[in-house]
Design a protein around this ligand. Sequence first.
Ligand code: NAD
Ligand code: DAO
Ligand code: ZN
Ligand code: ZN
Length: 372
Amino acid sequence: MKMIKTKAAIAWEPNQPLSIEEVDLMPPQKGEVLIRIVATGVCHTDAYTLSGTDPEGIFPSILGHEGAGIVEAVGEGVTSLNVGDHVIPLYTPECGKCKFCLSGKTNLCQAIRTTQGKGLMPDGTTRFFKEGKPIFHYMGTSTFSEYTVVPEIAVAKISKDVPLEKVCLLGCGITTGMGAVTNTAKVKSGDSVAVFGLGGIGLAVIMAAKTVGASRIIAIDINPEKFDLAKKLGATDCINPKDYDKPIQDVIVELTDGGVDFSFECIGNVKVMRSALECCHKGWGESVIIGVAGAGEEIATRPFQLVTGRVWRGSAFGGVKGRSQLPLIVEDYLKGKFSIDDFITHELPLEDINKAFDLMHEGKSIRTVIRY
Ligand code: NAD
Ligand code: DAO
Ligand code: ZN
Ligand code: ZN
């Protein structure tokens, strides 16, 4: 196979609009596959990296990590995927062999961590080029390109019966929120929950909390336009911190007779992370950090909050092992166990991808799906 041309949105430098250009894409090498991306969501993490505050942000690069597509070609030695397979690229791979995969304790496979964090394929080179100069990969996925090359261990093979322009959102946002509830926190029927930040992640937390039978789901956001959808997905109370002149954790503790069983931070704001911990019930309340904070930022609380039984933990990709577990989540979607449509507020062609970032920053979208 020869080099191909692909249309891609290039992030040439931080804080600049993406530039839609044709770039060269090398064929998949040993252990890699070529995927035609059919659709991709735009997640806040793409905006975070584009803003320049991501310590792993590398430029020029092709962002995007919430995609779905079809395998177009496979490299030497690829055995688990074939041309025509429907797939979701994984920014959290699953090799099944590393210490982390074998631990049974985490989804954070480390097999290709070093090169992925440097915007490279596992052999230490890139597949994207512009006029002979390398363009870096992003999170091992680079779904803001019509064609992308991804390591075999970073690809989940899914049912051919689901629309790719919907299940692309399972490549990050919806899976992350749902998994944080079911895998990380293990919320049970009757538990009370507080959710800080009502974007794609927070709303997926609410949807999953409702599904497992949470008794009370308190949704918190400074943008009240998010409240209608939060209620539709299961929120019992919607709170805007701007409406109160005391810390929001005090408001929630009063509302819930001592605090919630579980809270989730879905913003990436270290001050809100403190509120999320401190609104948890003394003795047993657990707070899960999902939001990604800016480089160098630190969380703080009084240690006595932990001494008295509150627990702080975190969740990446909802604790989901992509190759073995994501296909089962896709099956659940096929069975009608949860909604994706509610999350898709806008659809745009790649040419308009910068508008997707504007809509996110203006608080007008939950997810924009880019269709190729
Ligand atoms: P989003 O921008 O769509 O939503 C964020 C929401 O937070 C918005 O509704 C906004 O109004 C609200 N908000 C902002 N400041 C607030 C404040 N001070 N108090 C209350 N609400 C506030 O973002 P998203 O795509 O849902 O992503 C949310 C976070 O999750 C981001 O930090 C993203 O990087 C992170 N993320 C983490 C993982 C993971 O695996 N851990 C995966 C995906 C995304
Ligand atoms: O294994 O050290 C590691 C890094 C794993 C990356 C997990 C990323 C989760 C948070 C980033 C948000 C993704 C959209
Ligand atoms: Zn994401
Ligand atoms: Zn592994």
